[in-house]
Design a protein around this ligand. Structure first.
Ligand code: PLP
Length: 451
């Protein structure tokens, strides 16, 4: 795992990237992507010999770290025996992946529809809900991320939606619980839960219950800030869905497969949705894969009637072989338990100490290996360190924080005024301590922007 230095090779990779790769979510001429030479476990490195502890798990998907030998071997074996096959056939890797996933999903979510990733899983969950209910509308939370395809981005609450929002009829946003930024309406988690449920029921009433196919929520909203919902909220949404005949979709693309210290975040709250989307951690992102876990009731709708949707690479054998190996590794190496235990014993206390010491840390929240630090200019006013939807100059404080973290050997996840602590779920205690010390130093840079 010693990085080899080869600046010339790095320069060639970078030059070809800059000449031909069109990057997502970026102004093409303003970006400067790092040329990555290799990765293993919780680390990756560049061509200049710099090694980084990955506190982002890629885009929160390498739940078992990079290059796990058992998963790499499973992909190689699958490639040697059956690299690809069309979805309409029963093939071993796909059958086995579906069985292992269905065994772990809550309640009767026992049928698995495979997609290539998270956004298309969301698209298909919506289609299933609309056909099942015969209703057009979907309700989703303002602080949310559901993917970059047309419907998924319309559901998304964050500003990335604005540029591509077609004003699509049938998507209505609501305010899910977030006590830290809802304090003028609620002072306790309990009050915030009641506010959010009352607001949701009012929204349903004014939209017309008979027009609403589904409510979609991330079980624990991730990209939007890791807001662990208060006790009773998701159970309350479940009750509203039952009362009005609405399909309840939980999006576990980021929160699923060990991230919260449970196989699925729904297990933390004892709720069973009608449909559940997943991707990312299902195979640690080694080969693109996502899917929808479907309850018996909704599966029945498509028992004698064709489901009108599919993808050429649905349940691709290489991706499914990687999922089978990943799930087995997670079980054999107690990866879910590791996320729960080290999250509670190491990450949470360390982050709370950082919040006490640093004026820039307004709030710490999270669970398992899924944590956010909300960085503020002023702890009393809670003014964010950079404005909402910050870009360019305004984002300078977060850029300075990120640069300091990288200089200290940690690659941080930064989104607006937040940094998320989301290392691989099989991270070790020593790695966590190394990363948390680097964050401590980087937060001193953020402190300089406080008042
Ligand atoms: N849903 C959630 C909760 C996500 O976090 C993401 C991606 O971050 C998506 C959906 C979209 O997944 P993908 O990027 O694989 O399409």
């Amino acid at each position: 795992m010693t990085p080899q230095t080869d600046p010339q090779a790095g320069a060639a990779v970078k030059a070809a990237d800059r000449a031909h790769v069109f990057h997502s979510w970026s102004a093409q001429e303003l970006i400067d992507p790092l040329a990555v030479a290799g990765a293993e476990g919780s680390y990756f490195w560049d061509f200049d010999g710099n090694r980084y502890l990955d506190f982002t798990s890629g885009l929160v998907f390498t739940n078992i770290g990079y290059q796990h030998p058992k998963v790499v071997a499973a992909i190689q074996e699958q490639a040697a025996s059956m690299t690809t096959f069309a979805p309409a056939f029963a093939v071993e890797a796909r059958s086995e992946a579906a069985r292992l996933i269905a065994e772990r999903t809550p309640g009767d979510l026992d049928k698995i529809f495979f997609t290539n990733g998270g956004a298309d899983a969301v698209e298909h969950a919506l289609r299933m809900a609309r056909i099942h209910t015969g209703r057009p509308k979907v309700l989703s939370a303002y602080r949310s991320y559901h993917g970059g395809t047309q419907q998924a981005i319309n559901l998304t609450g964050d500003p990335r939606r604005w540029a591509s929002d077609s004003g699509a009829a049938g998507v209505v946003h609501f305010w899910a619980p977030f006590l830290y930024r809802s304090r003028f309406y609620a002072e306790t988690e309990q009050q915030e839960c009641e506010r959010a449920l009352e607001h949701l029921e009012t929204t349903i009433a004014f939209e017309g219950p008979g027009t609403i196919a589904a409510i979609i929520l991330e079980t624990v909203p991730g990209t939007a800030g890791i807001m662990v919902p208060p006790p009773g909220y998701l159970a309350g949404v479940r009750e509203l869905c039952d009362k009005y005949g609405i399909v309840f979709i939980l999006d576990e693309v980021m929160a699923g497969f060990g991230r919260t210290g449970r196989w699925f975040a729904a297990d933390l709250f004892d709720v069973v949705p009608d449909l559940m989307t997943f991707a990312k951690g299902v195979n640690s992102g080694y080969v693109p894969l996502g899917g929808v876990a479907i309850s018996g009731r909704i599966a029945e709708t498509f028992g004698k009637r064709a489901y009108p949707g599919g993808l050429t690479y649905s349940g691709h054998p290489l991706a499914c072989a990687a999922a089978v190996a990943t799930i087995n590794v997670m079980a054999e190496e107690s990866v879910v338990e590791n996320a729960a235990e080290l999250g509670a014993s190491v990450v949470e206390p360390a982050l709370r100490r950082l919040a006490e010491r640093h004026p820039s840390v307004g709030e710490v929240r999270g669970v398992g290996m899924f944590w956010a630090l909300e960085l503020v200019r002023n702890k009393d006013t809670r003014e964010p360190l950079v404005p909402y939807n910050a870009a360019g100059e305004a984002a300078a404080p977060m850029a300075a924080f990120a640069a300091a973290a990288k200089a200290n050997g940690v690659w941080p996840f930064v989104n607006m005024n937040r940094t998320h602590v989301v290392p691989p779920c099989n991270v070790t205690e020593a790695e966590l301590k190394e990363g948390l010390a680097a964050l401590d130093a980087a937060l001193s840079v953020a402190d300089e922007y406080t008042e």
